[in-house]
Design a protein around this ligand. Structure first.
Ligand code: NDP
Ligand code: A1CAB
Length: 264
């Protein structure tokens, strides 16, 4: 039995993705404090919504998707109802395995995971790192669970803040670019639906080339950039406005924020 504790944006994306890809609703418990949202989850996904302490007693794997700032209070509530057989998976940005372990029964295996919202479409990217009491079999269990909603990689925990800044927050960067491109098309007189279709499929196509060709993005970019052409004109403007530096510093800011959340 799996419990998803916190069915907000990320918890619900994982829940919906898992149910759409083979998990039976009767094998999944959900904890969600707001009764109105709980009722909606019962209706939409046919899952049992229970208090966190019940989930702690009944589930062998607990996937916690609360805000980082709420994690410690929840762990302190759950801990008396847990034994060290349970696997705890946290998707909270910044919360280290050491913090998780400090607020759980001694010896509890924990996995720090960083998924992203495309999990909803089975296209997620999740990185996982284990704690001090986490064995290969625990990581296998976490990986098998998260693989139902996309790709999973194992990383050393020292990389988790960077993962958070790149793939955890990453979809938002692409939506930001998409929004900007669509608005540019609209400003040039193109119908919004046409602009959105052009942008969406261009992102999908570019992603497929990046993933399947094995080429460095510079090579792919050069293939688009005809001598004296339109792409060169556009890229010159992006460089002139410091977009490369802006992205680098944005990702550094996200990494630093993730790191700062460990003390939350
Ligand atoms: N959004 C994303 O793309 C990603 C988020 N994450 C991580 O996922 C976590 C959640 O983020 P996100 O989904 O965006 O935030 P949300 O605020 O959407 O979700 C948090 C959820 O937790 C619920 N909650 C609060 N307290 C409790 C409690 N005591 N027991 C059970 N549920 C509770 C909230 O309910 P209510 O609203 O009723 O208060 C809400 O549904 C964060 O730690 C974030 O770092 C990780 C990767 C990507
Ligand atoms: O914005 C956040 O803090 C979370 C973590 C990664 C994506 N969303």
């Amino acid at each position: 039995m799996i419990a998803i504790i916190g069915a907000g944006k990320m918890g619900e994306a994982l829940l919906a993705g898992m149910l759409a890809r083979g998990h039976a609703p009767e094998d999944v418990l959900v904890t969600e404090p707001r009764e109105e949202h709980a009722e909606e989850l019962r209706r939409r996904y046919r899952v049992e919504v229970v208090p966190a302490t019940d989930a702690a007693k009944r589930a062998d794997t607990l996937l916690i998707a609360l805000k980082p700032q709420d994690m410690v209070a929840l762990l302190d509530t759950l801990s008396p109802h847990l034994d060290s057989d349970r696997l705890i998976i946290s998707v909270a940005a910044g919360i280290t395995t050491a913090v998780l372990e400090d607020h759980l029964p001694p010896g509890t295996p924990v996995v720090r995971a960083m998924p992203n919202t495309p999990a909803l479409m089975g296209q997620g990217m999740t990185a996982v790192a284990g704690g001090a009491h986490t064995e290969g079999a625990h990581l296998d269990r976490a990986e098998a669970l998260l693989a139902t909603v996309g790709e999973v990689i194992r990383v050393g925990e020292q990389h988790m803040d960077t993962v958070t800044a790149i793939s955890g927050s990453g979809p938002a960067y692409f939506y930001f670019i998409a929004e900007t491109m669509i608005e540019a098309g609209v400003a040039m007189g193109m119908p919004r639906a046409t602009a959105q279709r052009l942008v969406g499929q261009t992102i999908t196509g570019a992603a497929a080339m990046l993933n399947d060709s094995g080429e460095h993005p510079v090579v792919l970019r050069e293939a688009v950039t005809s001598p004296g052409g339109t792409t060169a004109a556009a890229l010159r403007e992006l460089e002139r406005h410091g977009v490369r530096t802006a992205f680098t510093e944005a990702i550094e800011a996200a990494r630093d924020r993730s790191s700062a959340l460990s003390g939350s």
